[in-house]
Design a protein around this ligand. Structure first.
Ligand SMILES: *Cc1c(COP(=O)(O)O)cnc(C)c1O
Length: 379
């Protein structure tokens, strides 16, 4: 531990080798010939975009997806030879910035296609772009009719290099959802006339939905970071991030008194409470707090599961450590709030959110280090 780590409330450990191992596992699930790319938007889901991209590159990943042009520029500075797609599309007037940084926009509308085509014509150079189809999610992308129309206009699509045709699943986390098959059929029908062009549909969930969904390239995100892609199956990915926060004080609270703001939770026995230096400003969602009406999230200390008690404050939480032996929890001890013993998806469920939001919102106050995570503690 660095000396200054003593000054931080908590530490965030990122296991880059685990991210690489998750990528290899996903790649092994894909049908032969399918490229496994990596989605590293939002600072690689909180793990650090450039360091994660570099580690994945070492593992053999050469294609990356980011959300914003700015994120793409950052990845480009770390990996000069990687293929980098920008999912957010072409922001007005930014074609030369993207092409200059060797970034590939995902063109999501006819207006974007026109702008990219105009730029390529003016430069007399067929820069690459992906085309996204809306197959039912109704987020970004061209409707199949618009796509067909654009493809028929050679003066538009003839002026640039179509590197990828893609679409995105709305309900992939639920394998039984009828929209999955419907989107697949729409995508196949729309792209069939151009099936020599590389196609991509699968996010993490799509990888698990099976080979029909794999096409030429998959672009998993959450599974790389140990998250849960399918709602209905156990998670086979390894955790890659661990949050540990420091115990600042241990307090005995007599039965019948309340803890924290709003007096939201009354202790029902004489209790030993640990005040821990991480709160909602560190990404521990306020909704994960506990009250007399509703249980909250938990942490793990020395293999003991310790529940939150009362509301989550900005800078701290209270944990019920009554059942933890005295020597296992003292002033200065660290409590795991995310990691091998506390799945992001479990914690997220208490806050009525998803592990994606937990990971991307971990906050800026943790001291960050890159190291292997310990094995889970059984107790
Ligand atoms: C975020 C995103 C992905 C990755 O999704 P995961 O569910 O994290 O695997 C892939 N494609 C698009 C278009 C996305 O927005």
């Amino acid at each position: 531990m660095r000396a200054t780590d003593n000054l931080a409330g908590g530490r965030l450990t990122i296991d880059r080798d685990a991210i690489a191992a998750n990528w290899s596992l996903l790649k092994g699930l894909l049908k032969p010939g399918t490229t496994c790319a990596a989605t590293i938007k939002a600072d690689a889901y909180g793990t650090g975009a450039t360091s994660t991209a570099q580690r994945l590159w070492e593992a053999g990943c050469t294609t990356f997806f980011v959300a914003l042009p700015e994120e793409g520029a950052l990845v480009r500075s770390a990996l000069p030879d990687a293929t980098v797609y920008v999912l957010g599309g072409l922001f007005p007037g930014t074609a030369s910035d993207l092409a200059g940084a060797n970034l590939i926009p995902v063109l999501n509308s006819v207006a974007e296609v026109r702008e990219w085509a105009g730029f390529c014509k003016a430069e007399s150079r067929a820069f690459p772009a992906a085309l996204q189809l809306n197959t039912g999610m109704n987020r970004l992308g061209m409707d199949p009719e618009e796509f067909a129309d654009v493809m028929a206009q050679k003066e538009l699509t003839g002026s640039f290099d179509i590197a990828l045709l893609m679409t995105h699943l709305a309900c992939g986390s639920d394998p039984e959802h009828p929209l999955n098959r419907q989107q697949l059929n729409t995508f196949v029908a729309a792209t069939q006339p151009f099936s020599t062009l590389p196609r991509s549909m699968a996010n993490s969930a799509g990888v698990f939905l099976g080979p029909d969904y794999h096409f030429d390239l998959a672009r998993p995100g959450i599974s790389l970071y140990g998250g849960k892609a399918l709602d209905t199956a156990p998670n086979i990915m390894s955790p890659v991030a661990m949050v540990e926060a420091r115990v600042m004080q241990i307090r005995n609270v007599p039965k019948g008194q309340t803890i924290g703001y709003g007096g939201a939770e009354t202790v029902t026995r004489d209790s030993k409470i640990a005040l821990v230096a991480a709160g909602y400003a560190d990404g521990l969602h306020r909704r994960a707090g506990s009250s007399d009406d509703r249980p909250g999230g938990f942490g793990v200390i020395d293999g003991h599961k310790v529940p939150l008690i009362g509301r989550v404050s900005m800078d701290m939480i209270a944990l019920d450590v009554t059942d933890v032996p005295g020597e296992a929890v003292t002033r200065g001890s660290f409590v795991e709030m995310l990691g091998p013993n506390v799945a992001a998806s479990d914690l997220a469920a208490y806050a009525e959110t998803i592990d994606y939001e937990y990971l991307t919102g971990l906050g800026r106050r943790y001291h960050r280090r890159y190291a292997a995570l310990p094995a889970p503690q059984e107790r």
